[in-house]
Ligand binder design. Structure first.
Ligand SMILES: [Zn+2]
Length: 294
C-alpha cells in the first residue's frame, strides 16, 4: 500500500487536522541510509513531520526543511519536503543506536540530544523564512509542538511514530498534526483535550489497519470533520548531474583548480540518496571556465 497524506477540518472551523501514513517512505530512507533502529525512528519521524508541514506550501517549487542540530550520537538530521508530496532526508550517523528506554521504546531523545530545531521555508522568492527554537526533549513531536507555539503562535498537537521490525525494516510509520485555528473557544478546546485522553500511539493506530481518514476520525471523536483531500506521498530525491555541477562551480576557481591538480577527477555523492556523480578532468576544466566567468 502506498503512503498518503490526508487533510481535514472540523466543521466548526476550529481545528485543522493532517494525518500521514509514511511506512514506505521511511522504509525507503532506512534502505538508502542503512539506519540502525534509533536513527530510523528519528529520521522517520522527521520525514513524516516534513511531509505534514510542507503540504501547507502554496508555491509548486517551494520547499520546507526541518533540521535538528543536537549534540546526541545521531548528529545532524535533516528532512526536506516539497509541496507535491515528496520528501528526502539524512542523518549524520545512521549507525548510531542506543539502548531502549525503560518503557521499551527507542530512545530518540537521547539520540538527538540538546541543541536547536530549525524550520526553513524556501518559497523561491527573496530570502527563505527561518524559524529556530531550542530542542526540548529531542523526541521530535514535542519539539515541533513547541516550535509551532513559540515561533508561529499556533497551539498544536503532534503525534509521530515509527515501529522498527527485528530485521530493521519499518513495520509502520506515520503521524498526525492537529492545529488550533484563531477564534477557537474554550469549550471546543476542552472537548478536544478530552477526545485526546488515553489515545493510542500512532504505530498502534497503524497496526490496527487505520488509514489517514480513520486516524482523523479516531482523533476527532465527538467532532464533525470534513475530509478535504487524500494525496500520495513518497521518498523522493531530485538530485541530478546539473545540480551537482552547479555545486562544484559555486566552490570557485581556486577550489576547482585544486581538485584538478590533486585528484584529476571528483566524485560527489548525494547525501539524500547516496547516488554518486563522477566528474572527469574534462568536465572539471569546463566547470573551471564557468567559475571564472561567473
Ligand atoms: Zn539524490
Amino acid at each position: 500500500m502506498s503512503d498518503t497524506l490526508t487533510k481535514a477540518i472540523s466543521k466548526d472551523g476550529f481545528f485543522k487536522i493532517t494525518a500521514v501514513v509514511s511506512t514506505e517512505t521511511v522504509n525507503q530512507a532506512q534502505k538508502l541510509h542503512q539506519t540502525a533502529p534509533t536513527a530510523s525512528a528519528a529520521l522517520g519521524r522527521l520525514l513524516t513531520a516534513g511531509l505534514m508541514m510542507a503540504d501547507e506550501l502554496k508555491e509548486e517549487s517551494a520547499s520546507l526543511t526541518l533540521q535538528l542540530r543536537g549534540d546526541g550520537p545521531l548528529g545532524i538530521l535533516a528532512a526536506v519536503a516539497d509541496a507535491k508530496g515528496g520528501v528526502k532526508g539524512y542523518v549524520a550517523h545512521p549507525e548510531a543506536d542506543l539502548p531502549l528506554k525503560e518503557n521499551g521504546k527507542l530512545d530518540v531523545g537521547t539520540g538527538v540530544g540538546k541543541g536547536f530545531l530549525s524550520v526553513i521555508r524556501d518559497l523561491k522568492m527573496k530570502e527563505p523564512y527561518i524559524g529556530q527554537v531550542p530542542i526540548q526533549t529531542g523526541e521530535i513531536g514535542d519539539d515541533l509542538a513547541y516550535y509551532f507555539m513559540q515561533s508561529e503562535q499556533v497551539p498544536s498537537v503532534v503525534g509521530l511514530g515509527v515501529l522498527v521490525d527485528r530485521d530493521y525494516s519499518i513495520s509502520s510509520a506515520g503521524g498526525f498534526l492537529i492545529q488550533v485555528m484563531p477564534g477557537c473557544d474554550e469549550r471546543s478546546l476542552t472537548k478536544l483535550e478530552n477526545s485526546l485522553q488515553g489515545l493510542m500511539s500512532v504505530t498502534e493506530m497503524l497496526s490496527q489497519g487505520m488509514n489517514g481518514e480513520d486516524i482523523i476520525k479516531y482523533l476527532m471523536l465527538g467532532f464533525e470533520t470534513e475530509i478535504l483531500k487524500t494525496v500520495p506521498v513518497a521518498y523522493r530525491c531530485d538530485c541530478g548531474r546539473e545540480r551537482m555541477e552547479r555545486a562544484i562551480v559555486s566552490l570557485g576557481r581556486k577550489e576547482i583548480q585544486g581538485i584538478i591538480d590533486e585528484q584529476g577527477e571528483a566524485e560527489i555523492v548525494c547525501q539524500f540518496c547516496n547516488k554518486g556523480y563522477l566528474f572527469e578532468r574534462d568536465a572539471l576544466c569546463t566547470m573551471l571556465e564557468r567559475a571564472t566567468r561567473e
